[in-house]
Write a protein that binds this ligand. Structure first.
Ligand SMILES: Nc1ncnc2c1ncn2[C@@H]1O[C@H](COP(=O)(O)OP(=O)(O)OP(=O)(O)O)[C@@H](O)[C@H]1O
Ligand code: NI
Length: 314
């Protein structure tokens, strides 16, 4: 059996009174053991919504289409988008897919210490473990925490500390696929290095990592592919060297130019409103290469090594 997550043509819309938000549109991607895919893009482009769709964490006003097939030897092959919450809770979350959520503090129980929460998850995943405390300390160390750090309540943890507790919680069940949503937020340079090292080690051990990040430099250091999202769509995907050094999409070129060691110039203009997307390329209003053909939606060749959804690539 091929171990894989196959995301095919996934779209997520939110119905609001009088408007529809097209948060994710027609996203396809694949992840296999030994791979790290970085998903990058400006705030609000749909990264967290995509991750939430995969784990069944979308609110009731979300309309989802497409499929996300999870195949591995840890459970039945499953479409994550049509699975029941019961199936996701008992067989997927934490066991086949681990999530480091974007706001980790809000996922911790306020009245119990980090240790109590981590040891509970250790016991749930490893009922025969004779030393849950030792195992919790071990997984905490991999996330950059000392045993003493665990004896705090969530409100006593800094943002970076809560982030590391969330990382430890996600690692406990040894999921083959880890989805990390902005895991370096609030961490200092030293801790970012440690976390990226842990991701590299997981990938070398045969895990897969979907790294959602604003930090292109981090993506470059750990990912073997970078997928760039704009206004809910994937607009470019390829190896970091290509995407960052020889990008095809004008938006990706703009993102690369915003790196601190380059021009540091942000892409001019604002992303479009997701309630009111233009029919063609949604980057066209900001694009310096725009032409008449951009009134048609460009497509992305999903299976190519390097793919660009642009009529006039750089
Ligand atoms: N429950 C909801 N109802 C309506 N719109 C929503 C809902 N949740 C998210 N959105 C919208 O969907 C879009 C995508 O949001 P998302 O959180 O995925 O962005 P993101 O790429 O993760 O951004 P960031 O980098 O800031 O975390 C945003 O415009 C957001 O306002
Ligand atoms: Ni997000």
């Amino acid at each position: 059996m091929v171990t894989e997550l196959a995301v095919d043509h996934v779209s997520v819309r939110f119905d609001l009174p009088g408007a529809t938000v097209a948060a994710v549109a027609d996203v396809s991607l694949r992840l296999r053991p030994g791979q790290c895919l970085a998903l990058v893009g400006e705030s609000g482009c749909g990264k967290t919504v995509l991750a939430s769709a995969l784990l069944g964490f979308l609110p009731g006003n979300a309309q989802v289409s497409g499929s996300a097939t999870l195949s591995d030897d840890r459970g039945p092959t499953l479409d994550l988008l049509s699975a029941t919450d019961q199936q996701l809770a008992t067989s997927v979350r934490g066991r086949r897919i681990g999530l480091i959520p974007q706001s980790p503090a809000s996922h911790l129980t306020p009245v119990r210490t980090a240790r109590a929460q981590l040891e509970e998850v250790v016991r749930a995943h490893h009922p025969a473990e004779p030393d849950p405390r030792g195992r919790a300390n071990g997984v905490a160390a991999r996330a950059g925490l000392s045993p003493a750090d665990l004896d705090h309540y969530p409100h006593e943890l800094s943002g970076g500390m809560a982030q590391r507790v969330a990382t430890a919680l996600a690692l406990v069940g040894d999921p083959w696929l880890l989805i990390a949503d902005e895991p370096t937020t609030g961490l200092d340079h030293h801790l970012v290095e440690g976390l990226l090292e842990e991701f590299r080690r997981l990938v070398a051990d045969g895990h897969a990592v979907l790294l959602i990040t604003h930090d292109l430099a981090a993506a470059q250091r750990v990912a073997d592919r970078i997928a760039v999202m704009y206004a809910g769509r994937l607009i470019e995907i390829g190896p970091p060297s290509t995407v960052l050094d020889a990008p095809g999409h004008p938006y990706t070129r703009g993102l690369g130019d915003a790196l601190p060691d380059r021009a540091f110039t942000a892409v001019p203009g604002m992303p479009p409103l997701l309630t009111d997307l233009p029919p063609g390329c949604s980057f066209a209003p900001r694009c310096d290469r725009v032409g008449p053909e951009c009134a048609e939606l460009p497509t992305l060749a999903a299976d190519a090594e390097h793919a660009v959804a642009c009529h006039r690539p750089c």
